[in-house]
Design a protein around this ligand. Structure first.
Ligand code: GDP
Ligand code: MG
Length: 602
């Protein structure tokens, strides 16, 4: 039987591209976990998309054996869109390697991940990577890290994940410095789900860290948050492929094939209990789950439409399949509008949205049209009920509303000192922000912190930041909750009819300007009709902007050369009447593509 004292559970945290996957590859080689001949670069990044974008979305854990020790490495996602997953996976381990690229130094996500790791009480092993590169600034990065962590410079490891230099010493430090999991006397299983995967044969496979007790095939289990019960099909470890094992015990990291078919029941952060000895229970109040479970709520929403309106059902089908593997994605069909039929989608953030869209294009071959992402807002009614707003059409009747709220984030920007004034200028263009802090990370690098509404940085902000710092700035942000917002909903009326697809939630201060732009943009995209088409933008029934698409004149009197004035008048009268009729009946027929243009561009 395995001793807990021989187990080490750890992860690698880093800013994107600092070499996390490459280092994991070296560990796999060094411990012989993966045959060298089978070794593809970045073995643990299994999704094509991840490899291409160079980001890790789903962590692929692995169990390695080295000098009598069992080393469980889990690869955390490095992006703040997945911050909840990062924080949960950190709970599954006792220590972390903090990896910093010697050519880049500490960047925003280094700090962000480090703070999460510290708050999870992890033992941190700092390491500087890419020391083989001629541009490596080892001394500067050493001083950054020793300042940041309060450690001596000689406690920082210097490695090249590419050449393998220093990697073995680092792995030995994992064994020496990271504490083994504490052993527990409890009999009943308590396991933390830090990820999951859907398998056609095994059902949902939960990736778990066992904290107490043990679990084996055929055990009856309860998933606490979802209250789902099931019978275990198989347990095992990751090699990194699934390798069945008789039993998983406290301290170990492995998987539980739950046999559950519905991914929404197996949630990251939930606790799995065994309930073999319980025949019939009304409630499970005596079970104490592991702390910190949260429902993953979408932070942004957007409209997704099939480019070809006939592909609505295909798109729905694609969303359903994606939902099978990604529970945090939300979608809902919108009632048909001028844009045809499409969906309101909720995502954890803009990167998450990008990943979903890419997957639909690649895995399902569908062309898509997208609206600009917006934050998920919230309101509190006068009788203190709360609800979320995932689409402008859900904007409440303000007569019953006490407060509208919007999500705020703590924004961290790390930038070489000479660009500081550019960053301040950029921040000045935002309507709302609160300066929090500025400090030196080293003689050449600054860390700046602001609190801003998510709305201000969700779209285009990162590009602007890169542009004004020649690409040197990095940023990260974390949600700090909802704050009171001063927002209004713009309604669009075309031919006097409300067209919900174009409505938009905007800052009250900017409403006038936004309304004007919106009316203008819609006007530009409506081809002239036989009659004039009024385009109006209103707030709560009050028109605040108006444009008119002029009628395309068809000169009905042209054939009447010179001639009879009364007949001419009659014809014009008739035409006028005809137009009125059309207007009354009318929705304007507008090419789909034109409307999408209004909808998608900023
Ligand atoms: P991740 O995003 O943290 O997983 O980073 P990757 O492991 O994908 O590495 C990003 C890039 O840096 C890849 O092109 C790697 O080949 C390269 N890289 C990683 N480690 C080293 C290193 O030690 N030296 C050099 N020269 N390149 C490295
Ligand atoms: Mg990677």
């Amino acid at each position: 039987m395995e001793q807990n004292s021989n187990i080490r559970n750890f992860c690698i945290i880093a800013h994107i591209d600092h070499g996390k996957s490459t280092l994991a590859d070296r560990f796999l080689e060094l411990t012989g976990a993966v045959d060298k001949s089978k070794m593809v670069e970045q073995y643990l990044d299994s999704m094509d998309l991840e490899r291409e974008k160079g980001i890790t979305i789903k962590m692929q854990p692995v169990t390695m054996h080295y000098k009598g020790y069992t080393l469980n490495l889990i690869d955390t996602p490095g992006h703040y869109d997945f911050s909840y997953e990062v924080s949960r996976s950190l709970k599954a381990v006792e220590g972390a390697i903090l990896l910093v690229d010697a050519t880049k130094g500490v960047q925003a996500q280094t700090i962000y991940n480090l703070e999460m790791a510290l708050s999870a009480n992890l033992e941190i092993i700092p390491a500087i990577n890419k020391i083989d590169l001629p541009l490596a600034r080892i001394d500067e990065v050493l001083s950054q890290l020793s300042d940041l962590l309060g450690v001596k410079e000689d406690e920082v490891f210097k490695i090249s994940a590419k050449t393998g230099q220093g990697v073995e010493k680092l792995l030995e430090a994992v064994i020496e410095r990271i504490p083994p999991p504490s052993s527990s006397q409890e009999k009943r299983l308590k396991a933390l789900i830090f990820d999951s995967l859907y398998d056609n044969y095994k059902g949902v496979v939960a990736f778990v860290r066992v904290f107490e007790g043990e679990v084996k095939a055929d055990d009856k289990i309860l998933l606490f948050a979802s209250k789902e019960q099931s019978q275990v099909k198989e347990v095992g470890i990751f090699t990194p492929d699934f390798k069945p094992k008789d039993v998983l015990r406290a301290g170990e990291i492995g998987y539980i094939a739950t046999g559950i078919k519905d991914v929404s029941k197996v949630r990251v952060g939930d606790t799995i209990f065994t309930i073999n000895d319980i025949n019939y229970i009304k409630d499970f109040n005596f079970l104490k789950p592991l702390e910190g479970y949260k429902e993953p709520l979408p932070n942004v929403f957007m409209g997704i439409y099939p480019k070809n309106p006939e592909e609505f059902d295909d798109l729905k089908n694609a969303f359903q399949k994606i939902k099978l593997t990604d529970w945090s994605f939300h979608f809902e069909a919108e009632s048909p509008n001028m844009l045809g039929r499409g969906f309101r989608c909720g995502c954890l953030g803009t990167l998450h949205a990008e990943i979903i869209v890419e997957r639909i294009k690649r895995e399902f071959g569908l062309e898509l049209l997208l609206s600009v992402p917006q934050p998920v807002y919230k309101y509190i009614t006068k009788d203190n009920k709360e609800d979320y707003i995932y689409s402008p059409s859900q904007w409440p009747n303000l007569a019953f509303i006490k407060e509208i709220l919007e999500p705020w984030v703590n924004l961290r920007i790390i930038v070489p000192s000479q660009y500081a004034s550019n960053v301040y200028q950029l921040m000045d263009t935002l309507e709302t922000k609160e300066f929090k802090d500025i400090k030196n990370l080293s003689s050449q690098t600054l860390l700046m912190e602001f609190e801003v509404p998510l709305r201000e940085i969700i779209y285009g902000f990162y590009n602007n930041l890169k542009n004004c710092t020649q690409g040197y700035a990095s940023m990260s942000y974390e949600n700090i909750g909802y704050k009171k917002a001063n927002l209004v909903k713009l309604d669009v009326l075309i031919l006097g009819k409300k067209e919900e697809a174009f409505s938009k939630i905007v800052s009250a201060q900017k409403a006038q300007k936004e309304a004007k732009n919106l009316a203008q943009k819609i006007k530009e995209n409506i081809p002239p009709q036989l009659f004039a088409v009024p385009v109006q933008v209103a707030i709560g029934g009050k028109i605040i902007a108006r444009e008119t698409v002029k009628a395309r004149r068809k000169d009905v009197t042209a054939p009447l050369y010179g001639g009879d004035v009364t007949r001419k008048m009659k014809l014009l009268e008739k035409q006028k009447k005809g137009k009125k009729e059309m207007q009354k009946k009318g929705r304007v027929r507008i090419p789909y593509e034109n409307f999408i243009r209004v909808f998608t561009q900023e």
